[in-house]
Design a protein around this ligand. Structure first.
Ligand code: ATR
Length: 290
């Protein structure tokens, strides 16, 4: 057996903290990347309750856990326990990756970068495009800031609760000088056309696969490309309707995979060879049927 498959005294420990955590695919992705890179490491899921978050971070730090991913519901609440936050995480106000440093954990947000890489891998560009974002929660925040950084023609944020869309549009405008509008989800005009539409809500996620935030099927004639951040099911009702209307479609699995790859690169201060990473992406995508 190869030494890289053996846990020994030099094995580095990484992991994910969230609550609940049992459905996560991150251990499969990270341990596969570690194996690809011949890195003596293991990546484990850690279920951490909101009440236990501070102690978990302190404990992980003292245990010398060099890197952690952070998922729901801790992405914002963890920030006070970090030494600083970097890059997109500052604008988004949420982190998904912690890197050990001598002063404490440093927070990053690789969700935004993961989505951008996934778009690039699918030849989807944002520059000069009109973009519709459905939702105004945490996932919409990461999406909007990333999109805004790529010089789109305009961003329209459509949310069930208009006030939240207004707040997000205002926050995007603080960082980027591009046109950002907010509308209520049920007032998307039939004369509005978009190059790209991002579905960022959890509506349609397993087990509620027969739900969609968009009720009007004609809507799908107003967009060219539909991206759903959900990856379970691999094709949401939203994406199915978009595909049937002739749109190019993309699910959230690429975003999940590439945010993990970027976290790995940050922890190990390395660049994963592009070809090998793409090969691994296709292998995992096929095996997990995404
Ligand atoms: P996340 O961090 O996954 O984005 P969140 O911050 O709780 O989760 O945000 C959930 C988003 O999904 C919100 O935009 C929410 O709309 P409201 O702001 O009106 O609550 C949206 N959402 C949730 N259920 C919805 C539904 N049934 N129809 C439309 N939008 C919905």
């Amino acid at each position: 057996m190869s030494i890289i498959n053996i846990v020994n005294g030099k094995t580095k420990v990484y992991g994910l903290i969230g609550y609940p955590i049992s459905h996560t695919l991150s251990p499969i992705i990270h341990n596969s990347i570690g194996n690809l890179m011949k890195n003596n490491m293991v990546y484990l899921p850690f279920e951490v309750s909101p009440e236990g978050l501070k102690k978990a971070i302190q404990g992980a730090y003292e245990l010398n856990i060099k890197g952690l991913n952070v998922t729901v519901p801790h992405k914002q609440k963890v920030i006070p326990f970090l030494s600083k936050v970097e890059g997109y995480a500052k604008q988004i106000g949420a982190v998904n990756t912690l890197k050990w440093s001598k002063d404490g954990y440093i927070g990053y947000n690789t969700d935004a970068e993961g989505l951008l890489i996934s778009l690039k891998e699918n030849n989807i560009s944002i520059k000069d495009k009109s973009i519709l974002i459905i939702g105004a929660g945490g996932a919409a925040r990461a999406t909007s800031m990333m999109i805004a950084s790529q010089s789109p023609k305009e961003i329209v944020i459509a949310n069930r609760t208009l006030e939240k869309a207004e707040k997000l549009a205002k926050d995007v405008s603080l960082f980027y000088n591009i046109p950002v509008k907010s509308i209520s989800l049920d007032t998307i005009d039939k004369n509005m056309y978009f190059d790209l539409c991002f579905q960022t809500t959890s509506v349609g996620m397993t087990p509620k696969e027969d739900e969609s935030p968009i009720k009007n099927d004609d809507f799908f004639n107003q967009i060219k490309i539909a991206v759903d951040l959900i990856y379970t099911p691999s094709e949401t009702l939203f994406l199915k309707k978009a595909r049937k209307a002739g749109c190019k479609t993309l699910n959230g699995f690429g975003m999940l995979f590439y945010q993990a790859a970027r976290a790995y690169e940050i922890w190990n201060e390395t660049v994963i060879p592009k070809e090998a990473l793409e090969q691994l992406f296709r292998k995992i995508k096929n095996e997990l049927e995404f």
